[in-house]
Design a protein around this ligand. Structure first.
Ligand code: HMG
Ligand code: MG
Length: 285
């Protein structure tokens, strides 16, 4: 049986979008429950500007509050050196972390999300990547708007491949390909992956699908067909992106598990614990 790795993004990509101020203790309870499910990757927060994303301003308190599970890697988003310094000050000795850096395939979304051009956003990451490598912290790259941008419209597959090459030139990190606004279809995903697979092998790529258009599972099947074996998802379909109008809802972890297990893939994840976490996540909204 083939193994598929799920990267749980609910506590970050999900909760960053909730209007309600969610107490640290509730976030910690969700993360700790997810940690007992067999998931190996859980994204727990971001070191971004608290003015831009106030929902993630308590990431240091969340990091201090969780009960780390052996074998689980806890990921945080870092946009610049200031964010890296925040992460370093907050990290708890002995816990395995991953730093996720993020850029966009479209200029419109880059401006909206990071207040700079795509090239500038990659340039800002040079010292972050160097610091992470010197500290022995694992890296992951995100590319947003890999098929459609809320500002620029359809995104050319070659533009995504070009940005993937820029990210991979920083360091040979795995790259998550984001359909930020949930507009992708199996056809646009296939065309985009054909271009990106010229830059990086399938085992270095992950699919990150939002389910706004109801196509996320079909898009995951397409990506599985292209050889991808890593996907991002959020319990209870939490989420969206505050800087991408019309981006509610990451694909739900429980739906992805049903698809994968039904197709005979192994994930190592306990669906009962995920169902419990999804119920908890629904109560947090
Ligand atoms: P800026 O305003 O251009 O930055 O924002 P600046 O350098 O001019 O700084 C402005 C202020 O922010 C200053 O403070 C800085 O100190 C502070 P002030 O002097 O005004 O008091 N600052 C910071 N504070 C805390 N942490 C930091 C930091 N950096 C600067 N790291 C910036 C530039 C990148 C900071 C801003 O645009 C930002 O925070 N953007 C993040 C937006 C975000 O988090 N979006 C959601 C995550 S991405 C996503 O969801 C997509 C994904 O899921 C994949 C997909 O679906 O496609 C990953
Ligand atoms: Mg997202």
């Amino acid at each position: 049986m083939t193994f598929v790795r799920l990267h749980e993004v609910g506590p970050r990509d999900g909760l960053q979008n909730e209007k309600r101020v969610i107490p640290v203790a509730e976030k910690v309870a969700l993360i700790d429950l997810l940690g007992r499910s067999g998931l190996r990757d859980i994204e727990i927060g971001s070191f971004v500007s608290p003015k831009w994303v106030p929902q993630m301003a308590d990431t240091p308190q969340v990091m201090a509050g969780i009960a780390p599970v052996a074998g689980v890697r806890y990921a945080v988003l870092v946009p610049n050196l200031r964010g890296w310094d925040g992460f370093v000050a907050a990290r708890v000795p002995g816990v395995v972390y991953e730093v996720a850096v993020f850029v966009a395939a479209s200029e419109g979304f880059s401006r909206s999300n990071l207040n700079c051009s795509v090239a500038e956003s990659v340039e800002r990451l040079v010292p972050v990547v160097a610091a992470a490598q010197a500290a022995g912290v694992g890296l992951r790259g995100y590319i947003s708007c890999v098929t459609d941008c809320p500002f620029d419209g359809p995104v050319a597959p070659d533009a995504v491949a070009k940005v993937a090459a820029m990210v991979r030139a920083l360091a040979p990190m795995p790259v998550s390909l984001g359909d930020t606004i949930g507009k992708a279809t199996p056809a646009t995903v296939a065309a985009m992956l054909d271009a990106v697979l010229e830059i990086a092998p399938a085992d270095q790529l992950a699919g990150h699908f939002h389910d706004t258009g109801g196509q996320a599972l079909a898009n995951i099947e397409t990506a599985l067909g292209k050889g991808l074996r890593a996907f991002d998802s959020a319990v209870a379909g939490l989420g969206g992106c505050p800087y991408a109008p019309g981006a509610p809802g990451n694909v739900a972890t429980e739906k992805v598990l049903a698809l994968l297990h039904g197709a005979g893939f192994q994930t190592g994840i306990d669906t009962d614990v995920i169902a419990e976490a999804a119920a908890l996540a629904r109560r947090m909204r």
